[in-house]
Design a protein around this ligand. Structure first.
Ligand code: SF4
Ligand code: SF4
Length: 244
């Protein structure tokens, strides 16, 4: 299997939550007790049993309310900070598939509370969740069990609007850039969120913070401090490697 990616075109999202339900269903995640928080968004957050959540925010600009829909999930980072953090504590609970790039949490490997805290804090998108009773973590799996059988992820299959797309990374990047060029005429602030750093690429047409606090990585250029540091010193490492 080739390197894979998602393209999530938020301009087409109607917040039907078909992806959210399909994710629950395919992963056999039970329903959890929720309550109305004054918004269309439900449940209030991702959890050990909710890997995909259509976030909803309503923002008033000049008296007119505007809605922002954001189908949130793991970005399957190219260089996952969660994985390096787990490895640094000696945990094998997180792995990256060499072919597709899917970042998967092993639901059978227990992690200590302090280690989970570090793993969650290392994620620029606040994705990892934990079952306190069992001491194990969970998040989006890229539907690895489906894609290895040639099927699309459940959320992509369920989406009726073309918001959710999945495929070989090269094709997905092409599709994302083509769509960005199309919408730029209407939305001057349109952007792809961290396309070089992640395998879940969002098309946003307004300030990312209006969609979700963690829509893009904190420093807006899309890389974590750890990645930036690594990139800064890569030429020096390459040079050292060349001269032996
Ligand atoms: S890829 Fe699978 S696990 Fe991930 S959000 Fe979509 S349905 Fe859920
Ligand atoms: S989005 Fe977070 S949980 Fe997902 S691969 Fe990246 S660092 Fe890990």
């Amino acid at each position: 299997m080739a390197d894979k990616s998602f393209f999530i075109d938020t301009t087409k999202c109607t917040a039907c939550r078909g992806c959210q339900i399909a994710c629950k269903q395919w992963n056999k995640n039970p329903g959890t007790k929720t309550f109305q928080t004054g918004s269309h968004q439900n449940p209030a957050d991702l959890s050990f049993f909710t890997f995909k959540l259509v976030r909803f925010s309503e923002i008033e600009t000049g008296g007119d309310p505007k809605w922002y829909f954001f189908p949130d999930q793991c970005r399957h980072c190219m260089e996952p900070p969660c994985l390096s953090t787990a490895e640094s504590s000696g945990s094998k609970a997180i792995a990256k598939d060499g072919a597709t790039g899917a970042v998967v949490f092993n639901p059978k490997i227990r992690v200590k509370p302090a280690d989970f805290k570090s793993i969650r804090e290392s994620c620029p998108y606040d994705i990892p969740r934990w079952d306190e009773r069992m001491g194990v973590m969970a998040k989006c799996t890229m539907c690895f069990d489906r894609i290895k059988e040639g099927m699309p992820p459940a959320c992509v299959k369920a989406c009726p609007t073309g918001t959710m797309n999945f495929g070989d990374r090269k094709d997905i990047l092409e599709k994302a850039n083509k769509r960005l060029a199309e919408v730029k005429g209407t939305y001057k602030d349109a952007m792809l969120a961290n396309p070089e750093d992640v395998r879940t690429i969002y098309l946003l047409v307004d300030d990312p913070k209006k969609y979700h606090k963690f829509a893009v990585a904190e420093n807006t250029i899309g890389i974590t401090r750890k990645m930036a540091f690594k990139r800064l010193f890569q030429p020096l490492r390459d040079f050292r490697h060349m001269i032996g």
